[in-house]
Ligand binder design. Structure first.
Ligand SMILES: [Zn+2]
Length: 260
């Protein structure tokens, strides 16, 4: 009887070993792919994306949603197909991409690039980076014969025309031709409210300062955390501030600016 019990324990151990070996292999594969210069993700949405849910529409700007619907209709008429690669990105995920692109050369870096099929340009992670602001998506469009009409380095003129009709633009057709962005003709409400107050930047990443109140306007520079700025006026989520010898606009849509 005692001998049988020993036998049971012996078999139980074998089963246990068989189970644990593949588990260990999995763990070591994960550790191997870790890059020391890439921060760990904690944002639940960023973790979801890391697990493979790359295309997230939940938080996109309604303007992008409307343009997307129109674009799909126009593509359908032509018999073209669209394959989305990315849409909304939480700030932390934008940072993840940025860290990968700017990490020192290593096998881990290239593994991450391949894993995320990162091509083209990755914007600095700020609240008004196009994907973080929810005004852009990355996609490839295929014609009837299955030929791609755009890639990271190229956009066909016929596709550009269709996108324009839908209210979308390819901002960097030769370096990031998969990136579709809303044409922001009505970026901020016309009504400007005077607001002669000081403001303190509270977001860790600071803000881009632009020439006009729209995310696609030319970037003048940036203001860092804890800096105090002189606010002149406000238009929607855009604040006009004194910048250098002139003025600039910052988009404080997700706060990050404390009006003093
Ligand atoms: Zn993009």
């Amino acid at each position: 009887m005692r001998r049988y019990r020993k036998l049971h324990i012996f078999f139980a151990m074998i089963v246990f070993m068989l189970a644990i070996v593949p588990m260990q292999q999995k763990v070591s594969a994960v550790t191997k792919s870790k890059c020391t210069s890439i921060s760990r993700l904690t944002d639940p949405l960023a973790i979801q994306m890391e697990k493979g849910k790359m295309v997230i529409w939940d938080k996109v700007d309604p303007k992008l949603g409307a343009a997307k619907a129109k674009y799909e209709k126009l593509l359908k008429v032509k018999g073209w197909k669209i394959k989305y690669k990315s849409a909304y990105r939480p700030y932390q995920y934008q940072k993840h991409f940025y860290e990968i692109i700017h990490a020192p050369a290593s096998s881990c870096k290239y593994a991450e690039i391949r894993k995320h099929s990162l091509v083209g340009v990755v914007s600095y992670p700020r609240p008004d980076a196009p994907h973080v602001a929810g005004i852009a998506f990355d996609a490839v469009v295929y014609d009837k014969k299955g030929r791609a009409l755009n890639s990271s380095r190229y956009v066909s003129s016929s596709l550009k025309a269709v996108a324009k009709k839908a209210g979308l633009t390819f901002r960097l057709p030769t370096s990031d031709g998969v990136h579709h962005e809303v044409i922001s003709s009505t970026p901020a409400p016309k009504k400007e409210t005077k607001l002669k107050k000081k403001g303190k930047i509270t977001t860790a990443v600071g803000f881009n300062v632009r020439t006009a109140p729209q995310a696609t306007a030319k970037r003048l520079g940036s203001v860092a955390k804890n800096k105090t700025v002189q606010i002149v006026s406000k238009r929607g989520d855009w604040y006009k501030i004194k910048f250098g010898r002139g003025y600039g606009y910052i988009m404080a849509v997700k706060t990050g600016l404390r009006v003093l």
